[in-house]
Design a protein around this ligand. Structure first.
Ligand SMILES: Cc1cc2nc3c(=O)[nH]c(=O)nc-3n(C[C@H](O)[C@H](O)[C@H](O)COP(=O)(O)OP(=O)(O)OC[C@H]3O[C@@H](n4cnc5c(N)ncnc54)[C@H](O)[C@@H]3O)c2cc1C
Length: 497
């Protein structure tokens, strides 16, 4: 039997493990953190559960791709999905624009909202959504009758049409441009740097219906972990992989502080720039190593985890954004970073949340952040100073004040419980410079796919295909497909709809 070791137990690693097991591989998952789940992890403070890297996702409607994949993996029935109601929206405050924009999770309702707010721009709005729909129709994950091979071949080449250029051709209204580009917050690439097809892969699910999961990302991780246990697959936690072992141009296993493990295949799901440090210098071609090391990463986030007791009704199902006008990657070019944020009342949405009326429940707030903001506080892994703590307190205060200014006291009574910065993401999840969405899927750099030049060494995870829970899950499908036969695996998965 072929033994495959998967480095990393985020959603890509867990999905790859179950897919490979179904294909008859002997699998071992190795995770450096004390708990499995990667960014799916949910932690508790003062009895309140907080989610790190999962707040909402598309693709979970009946017959949609993520639900289908979970069905194929045998975990669908163990996860209670919750659809956002029709009135729910990403509510966006665009800089200097007087009205809030409700980006409903529906093409039709969002179009109506924009037509109401920008009546002179109806043609451009229609043109924009038509292009997004047509682009999504060519994407096999959203139109499952399509084969995967050609789509993936095209993805390997830089796209010609950027979101920025296309948006300019639809409208010169800077407020509308911002409202139409708000999903860039969810993949971390500027409108002028992201191809239209790549942007569509994130935007289309957002305009098609949003979902969350009862008990958050941890419930997804737990469903995978139970299934893996039942299937006899071990997940070694608290086990950092120090190196990937090779002999004569072939993979032979991995080395950890506790010993070595033999394998003929290794899938690395961490940030690809870390791969060269894990493997002997002569095992990969020099040009490939420099490409991996030089890739541009997405920004980081400054994140505040807090609680509310009595909350504004809108906070339960809406998310709240503030965005600059025009076509920028939100927050990365401003000297007032707190003016751009994402706020989610994720702890108000669990099915048992209503039973906890009057008790503190989780709300998360985040803004894009640069690695350089925390550079002066970096004394090494997990070493923190009082100056760093003071900086985080001040940043939290400014961010909360900004929400209350832009959304009329929405966070009055909000209690800060914890914070995370680029240093936290680097130290907890090994994100290079804290980059929350891994490498940028932009039009300027090569697409780091599942294959490496070394037989038996594979990549997977959010950096290799698409970001997000959906993107990282699909990256596992592509990696395993490359190992066992892409179209045959795709057919097996599609047959589960
Ligand atoms: C703050 C934040 C909010 C987000 N919100 C959403 C959201 O609402 N919806 C959504 O769809 N997406 C969201 N995302 C993105 C989503 O969480 C990620 O795209 C996805 O979880 C990435 O999964 P992954 O498997 O690629 O990586 P990860 O989950 O990061 O897993 C990689 C794992 O590899 C491990 N690892 C790395 N190197 C080694 C090594 N040498 N040895 C052993 N283990 C190693 C790491 O510890 C980690 O557990 C968010 C992300 C962040 C950070």
């Amino acid at each position: 039997m072929t033994r495959t070791i998967i480095i990393g137990s985020g959603i890509s690693g867990l999905t790859a493990a179950l897919l490979l097991h179904r294909q008859g591989h002997d699998v071992l998952v190795v995770e450096q953190q004390a708990q499995a789940g990667g960014a799916l992890h949910r932690f508790r403070r003062q009895g309140v559960p907080f989610d790190v890297g999962f707040h909402y996702t598309g693709g979970l409607g009946e017959g949609e791709i993520l639900r289908t994949l979970w069905r194929y993996c045998g975990i669908e029935s163990a996860i209670r999905t919750i659809a956002f109601p029709k009135h729910a929206a990403d509510c966006i405050r665009v800089e200097d624009f007087p009205d809030p924009v409700h980006a409903y999770f529906s093409y039709d309702r969002f179009t109506e909202e924009l037509n109401r707010l920008f009546p002179r721009e109806k043609d451009g709005i229609a043109r924009f959504f038509r292009a997004i729909r047509e682009t999504s129709d060519r994407n096999p994950f959203y139109n499952m009758s399509q084969p995967l091979t050609g789509f993936l071949r095209d993805l390997a080449f830089p796209e010609q049409a950027t979101l920025g250029n296309f948006l300019r051709s639809c409208t010169s209204n800077v407020y509308l441009q911002a409202a139409l580009s708000h999903p860039v917050f969810l993949h971390g690439v500027k409108p002028d740097d992201v191809g239209l097809a790549m942007h569509t892969s994130v935007a289309h699910p957002l305009y098609s219906g949003m979902y969350t999961v009862d008990r958050g990302g941890q419930a997804i991780a737990d469903a995978y972990l139970h299934k893996l246990k039942d299937s006899g697959i071990d997940v070694l936690t608290g086990t950092p992989v120090d190196s990937i072992l090779t002999d004569n141009g072939k993979i032979t296993g991995i080395a950890t502080p506790g010993g070595t493990y033999a394998a003929t295949n290794v899938i690395f799901t961490g940030h690809p720039a870390q791969l060269p440090d894990l493997i002997a210098a002569n095992a990969l071609r020099k040009v490939y190593i420099s490409r991996l090391r030089e890739m541009t990463s997405t920004c980081s986030m400054f994140m505040v985890f807090g609680t509310v007791v009595n909350h504004a009704p809108g906070l339960k199902w809406n998310n709240y954004y503030a965005m600059p006008k025009g076509l920028c990657m939100p927050g990365t070019e401003s000297n007032r970073p707190e003016d751009c944020f994402f706020l989610s009342g994720c702890g108000l949405r669990d099915r048992d949340a209503d039973d906890r009326q009057g008790m503190p429940r989780a709300v998360i707030l985040m803004r894009p952040a640069h690695w350089e903001e925390t550079l002066t506080f970096d004394l090494g892994r997990k070493k923190r100073t009082s100056a760093y703590r003071a900086w985080k307190e001040e940043e939290s205060r400014r961010l909360i004040a900004s929400v209350n200014r832009k959304w009329d006291g929405l966070l009055d009574g909000f209690q800060v419980i914890n914070t995370a910065s680029p240093l936290t993401f680097r130290d907890e999840l090994r994100y290079v410079n804290g980059s929350v969405y891994g490498v940028q899927h932009n039009t300027d750099q090569f697409a780091v796919g599942a294959r490496t030049r070394l037989p038996g060494l594979w990549l997977s995870g959010q950096s290799t295909l698409m970001t997000g829970i959906l993107g990282a899950s699909l990256s596992a499908l592509i990696t395993v497909g490359n190992m066992v036969g892409l179209e045959s695996l795709w057919k097996e998965v599609r047959d589960c709809t």
